[in-house]
Design a protein around this ligand. Structure first.
Ligand SMILES: [Zn+2]
Ligand SMILES: [Zn+2]
Length: 382
C-alpha cells in the first residue's frame, strides 16, 4: 500500500493526464484554485460576519459609548465558554481595545468588528491572559495592510502598555513576518514588509494618551505587590481611566485592593472590574483531573497571589462605595461559573447597579440605545 501522500500525487498526475495538463501546469492550476478558494472564503466569511453584525442589536452607534466585552474569564487556563480578558471601548463609533487575551481575534470576528479598524490598544499588564492574544490581532491587522499593497498608506497601529510592551509587540511582529514573508516570496502579499505597529511603554502614572475622543490616565495598581523590587522596577500593572464626552470608564486591570485605584476611579460612571471568589477556588487536588488546569508549581505562592493581588467580592464592593462610582461591570471572573453570585455578593457592600458581563455582551452609556431610561447610566444595550 502506498503512503497516502504518494497515492494522492499519483491520482493527481493521472487526473492531470486525463485533463490534458502537464503535472507542472496542474500544480500552477491547483495553486490558483487554492488562492482563489482562500480569497473566496475570506470574502464569504467577511460577508457572513457582516450579516451577523447586522442582525446583532446595537452595532456600534455613531454617538455615545459602548463597552463590548470580548473575553470575561481570568486565565491563564483556557475555558470553553468564556474567552480570556479583552474589552472594546467604542466612543462615537471609534473602537479602542483594552487587553488582548487568547481568543480575542475570534471574538472580534463574532462581534462583526474588523480588527484593522482598531488603531489604538491598551494593555493593563503583560500577564499571559492579557497579552498573548495580541499576535492574532496583529496578524489580522498585518494581513489587511499587506494585502492592500499600499505599505506607504501610513496605516499604523499604536499599542500602549507597561514596560516590556515594546518587547512583546516587536517579538509578535518578528513572529508573524516569517509566514507573511512566504506570501511575499510568492508575490501574494506586498513585496516590502513594512512594520505598521508602534509600541509605547508606559513607565509612570498620569496622563498617557489623548485624542479628540478620549483622555486616558494610568495608575499603578497592586497586582504585582508581592513581586521582588528588582522585578517590579520593570514590570508594572496599571488601571486606566478613560474620560469620554459621555462619562468616565475605569478599567481596574488585575489588582488587589488599591488606594491608587480607588482614587483613579473617583466618581466614575462605570467601574469595569475584575473579581474573584476565593471561597469557590478549586484546590490543587480538584484542578488536577482537568487537563487544561495545571497545578501551579508553587501552590502557596498562588494562594497568596489570589488573596492579595486580585479583588475578592467584598473588596470590590467596598472600593466601589469608597470611590462613589455610578455602576460596576464585572468581568475577569475567577472562577467563572455561577456568576450571578458575584452580583448578590457585591450588592452587600455597594448600593449602585452591578452587572456580571458575558462574552460579547454590550453595555451602552450616554446613548438612547441602552435599557435604562437615563442615558447617563450604563445599561445593557437593547
Ligand atoms: Zn488576569
Ligand atoms: Zn494578571
Amino acid at each position: 500500500m502506498l503512503p497516502r501522500f504518494v497515492r494522492t500525487q499519483k491520482l493527481a498526475a493521472t487526473a492531470a493526464h486525463l485533463m490534458g495538463f502537464a503535472p507542472k501546469q496542474l500544480r500552477a492550476a491547483l495553486r490558483d484554485i487554492c488562492l482563489f478558494g482562500a480569497l473566496a472564503v475570506l470574502v464569504l466569511t467577511s460577508g457572513s460576519v457582516r450579516s451577523m453584525a447586522q442582525n446583532r442589536p446595537s452595532a456600534e452607534p455613531a454617538k455615545g459609548v459602548q463597552i463590548l466585552l470580548l473575553g470575561t474569564h481570568g486565565g491563564p487556563s483556557l475555558e470553553k465558554d468564556r474567552s480570556e480578558p479583552s474589552s472594546l471601548l467604542i466612543v462615537d463609533g471609534r473602537p479602542y481595545l483594552i487587553d488582548c487575551g487568547i481568543g480575542t481575534m475570534r471574538r472580534l470576528l463574532e462581534a462583526g468588528i474588523r480588527s484593522e479598524t482598531i488603531r489604538t490598544i491598551f494593555i493593563t499588564h503583560n500577564h499571559p491572559d492579557h497579552a498573548l492574544g495580541l499576535v492574532d490581532v496583529m496578524a489580522n491587522d498585518f494581513l489587511s495592510v499587506d494585502f492592500s499593497r499600499d505599505p506607504g498608506s501610513a496605516r499604523t497601529f499604536d499599542i500602549y502598555g507597561p514596560p516590556q510592551t515594546a518587547e512583546v509587540v516587536n517579538a509578535a511582529y518578528s513572529y508573524i513576518r516569517i509566514p507573511y514573508g512566504v506570501f511575499a516570496a510568492e508575490n501574494l502579499g506586498a513585496s516590502t514588509l513594512v512594520n505598521p505597529f508602534k509600541a509605547h511603554n508606559i513607565d509612570r502614572n498620569g496622563l498617557v494618551y489623548q485624542d479628540d475622543k478620549i483622555r486616558v490616565t494610568a495608575a499603578e495598581n497592586t497586582h504585582y505587590q508581592l513581586m521582588e523590587a528588582k522585578y517590579r522596577a520593570r514590570m508594572k500593572s496599571y488601571a486606566y481611566r478613560f474620560e469620554t464626552p459621555y462619562g468616565a470608564i475605569v478599567f481596574t486591570g488585575d489588582t488587589g485592593p488599591s488606594d491608587a485605584l480607588a482614587q483613579l476611579a473617583k466618581g466614575a460612571d462605570v467601574l469595569v472590574s475584575e473579581v474573584a471568589d476565593l471561597s469557590a477556588m478549586p484546590n490543587a487536588q480538584q484542578r488536577r483531573p482537568d487537563a487544561n488546569r495545571q497545578p501551579s508549581p508553587n501552590e502557596s505562592a498562588l494562594a497568596k497571589h489570589m488573596q492579595m493581588e486580585h479583588l475578592p467580592i467584598k473588596d470590590l464592593g467596598d472600593m466601589a462605595t469608597k470611590a462613589r462610582v455610578k455602576a460596576v461591570l464585572m468581568h475577569h471572573f475567577v472562577p467563572a461559573n455561577h456568576t450571578e453570585r458575584f452580583i448578590s455578593g457585591v450588592k452587600k457592600y455597594y448600593a449602585g447597579p452591578v452587572f456580571a458581563g458575558e462574552d460579547l455582551a454590550r453595555y451602552c452609556l450616554g446613548v438612547p440605545g441602552g435599557e435604562a431610561a437615563d442615558a447617563q447610566t450604563i445599561s445593557p444595550c437593547r
